[in-house]
Design a protein around this ligand. Structure first.
Ligand code: PGA
Ligand code: ZN
Length: 414
């Protein structure tokens, strides 16, 4: 029986060496363990659920032990909706401001994992939308910048590659690794000062402008394509909130020494989409500017994923508002932004019903938890954004390999 017997909480360290919450849910014959990821200060979305109680992680743990555990022990771990409803009631706020999105999403996912284990099915099948499954394409962070790095790195947070020509998930992972490795060789060759640095997500950090970063990525992808016939798509995550200055109403590119008005930002991004044939543009504008997202989506939504992360914050209401305005044809889903499996599924279904593609994502601070790999397979998500290298990133990619069933790759076509 999947009846919840006990919840254990502990503090472990994430990939940045910061303490984070890990939860074990024990059922009569099942076990689920999940650890919480964490966004970087300056990169976490303004509208996402806060990670923990305003008093910190220790208070969140005390709430789990004193308030949450007594209410959910004895219930069925299969009843995800009931458990998530109780988490919401105990929190009592709109957006998990009292207990924190990390607290609630970690318990919620651990309950799902425990139920899957008790029922002896993989998590992706337990949470499945229907009986069909697909592998996501890994979207790999190749060159870092912005809030995830320091010094003379590019202004944009992430310069990304997806191996769109890959025939299976293993090939897609290997190709991303090859691109990442070759970029390292190029960086080493062009700058004697390059010391092999990588950022929080194990993307290369180097003394580059954004345009130089894209030139390098474009050339590396082209060379591999010439050798193997394999095709790649290039993308970016601007995390534009961090560049936006609300006083001057301009995007400040510090590394480049340039500011851009919103119209200039649209022009700049359009030129990058054209020049590098970009297939993916995330958080191109600050997280209140639904209108400029819609302009870019109108212009390029037929050929490029115009993706909303911080602006939608995985939140059903914000996503619904964006859908009304046609602001994006894709969105990022991070379970700890919305707080529960039920909330994540609600957002996911709303988006999919309105032809907005959902991409599940890691955070810059990560653990070896691989739950998001299961959401990608079970919920038909076209891509999983989870870095290329590093144990905490490969944990998700290796989990895709562990599933080891001959499911087709997701459909990336427009
Ligand atoms: P974060 O960054 O995890 O630091 O918020 C990831 C992203 O912006 O996509
Ligand atoms: Zn983002």
């Amino acid at each position: 029986m999947p009846i919840i017997k006990r919840i254990f909480t502990r503090k472990i360290f994430d990939s940045r060496g910061v303490e984070t919450l890990e939860v074990d849910v024990i059922t009569e014959n099942g076990f689920g363990r999940v650890a919480a990821p964490f966004g970087a200060p300056g990169s976490r979305g303004e509208f996402e659920a806060p990670a923990y109680s305003p008093e910190g992680l220790d208070t969140s743990i005390a709430i789990v032990e004193k308030e949450i555990q007594p209410k959910i022990v004895g219930l069925s771990s299969s009843d995800q909706g009931q458990i998530d409803g109780i988490l919401k009631d105990i929190d009592g706020t709109e957006n998990f401001e009292r207990i924190g999105g990390n607290t609630s999403s970690t318990i919620s996912l651990a309950v799902a994992k425990a139920a899957a284990s008790a029922l002896n099915v993989p998590l992706y099948k337990h949470l499945a939308l229907d009986g069909s499954f697909r592998y996501p394409y890994p979207l790999g962070n190749m060159i870092g910048g912005g809030a995830h790095s320091m010094g003379s790195a590019p202004d944009m947070q992430e310069h990304l590659v997806v191996s769109i020509g890959a025939r299976d998930v293993k090939e897609a992972i290997m190709l991303n690794l090859e691109v990442h490795g070759k970029i390292g060789d190029v960086l080493e060759g062009r700058d004697p000062g390059f010391a092999g640095g990588m950022d929080d997500e194990r993307a290369w950090v180097a003394n580059l402008t954004d345009v130089e970063a894209f030139d390098i990525i474009y050339d590396v992808c082209l060379k591999i394509k010439e050798k193997t016939g394999m095709t790649f798509g290039i993308g970016l995550d601007l995390a534009a909130d961090r560049l936006w200055n609300p006083d001057t109403k301009e995007y400040e590119y510090h590394r480049e020494g340039k500011s851009r008005t919103t119209n200039e930002q649209i022009g700049f991004l359009s030129s990058l989409i054209e020049k590098y044939n970009l297939v993916y543009v995330e958080d191109a504008f600050h997280s209140n500017d639904y209108a400029s997202f819609a302009v870019l989506n109108e212009k390029y939504g037929h050929r490029c994923f115009i993706c909303a992360d911080d602006i939608y914050a995985s939140n059903p209401e914000r996503t619904g508002h964006g859908i009304e305005l046609n602001s994006a044809n894709a969105m990022i889903l991070k379970p700890n932004q919305v707080g529960t499996v039920t909330g994540a599924l609600e957002t996911c279904k709303l988006a999919q019903k309105n032809k907005v593609r959902v991409i599940v994502s890691h955070r810059s601070g990560e653990t070896d938890d691989a739950s998001i790999a299961h959401l990608a397979i079970g919920w038909h998500l076209p891509m999983i954004k989870t870095g290329v290298l590093g144990g905490e990133r490969l944990a998700k990619l290796n989990e895709l390999l562990r599933v080891n069933v001959d499911y087709p790759m997701a459909d990336l076509s427009f």
